[in-house]
Design a protein. Structure first.
Length: 171
């Protein structure tokens, strides 16, 4: 028994000490994060970061936000958005919200139903009602990214296009 056991044990030890070297596949790094090669989409540039609304342009109305003024008036963090792993979240004014999203080819972006907390606000920064902000998010059809700005394009019921412009947060 000892004669059979010893060579067998020696083979196991030798096999355990040897390994097959594999060369890892290149894994791209975008914004300091590694990504799987098959999961790369341009939208990853916008994910896992906090974005703050600075402007809404539409044929009927333009709204511009000065984030420093909003912060000074106590509206810190309002109208923000975060994208991560198919989930969208952020802050309206004054409610936190969440939902789902899907990014597709050629800048396509679809945001699902949005749910939020139910606090009442007496003031709406920049005259933008929170419900309008949520409606615009739910109508997003595509996105563009550049110069540390994220632009979300909507198509409204009347066919007009509005663009929501977000700036990368420094928080």
């Amino acid at each position: 028994m000892k004669k059979v056991f010893f060579p067998f044990l020696l083979m196991i030890i030798i096999a355990g000490c040897t390994s097959v070297a594999t060369i890892p596949e290149a894994v791209p790094v975008i914004n300091g994060r590694t990504t799987e090669t098959t999961a790369i989409s341009g939208f990853i540039q916008a994910e896992r970061q906090e974005w703050f609304l600075i402007e809404i342009r539409s044929p009927s109305q333009n709204v511009v936000f000065d984030r420093r003024v909003l912060d000074a008036e106590g509206f810190v963090g309002v109208y923000s958005v975060n994208f991560e792993n198919g989930r969208i979240s952020g802050m309206g004014s004054p409610n936190r919200y969440f939902g789902t999203y899907e990014s597709g080819e050629s800048g396509a972006l679809s945001i699902g139903d949005i749910a939020s907390t139910m606090m009442f606000s007496f003031r709406q920064p920049g005259g933008l009602m929170e419900g309008v902000y949520f409606d615009l998010l739910s109508m997003v059809k595509r996105w563009e990214f550049g110069n540390n700005r994220l632009e979300l394009y909507t198509v409204q019921a009347d066919g007009d296009e509005a663009v929501m412009i977000f700036e990368l947060g420094s928080n």
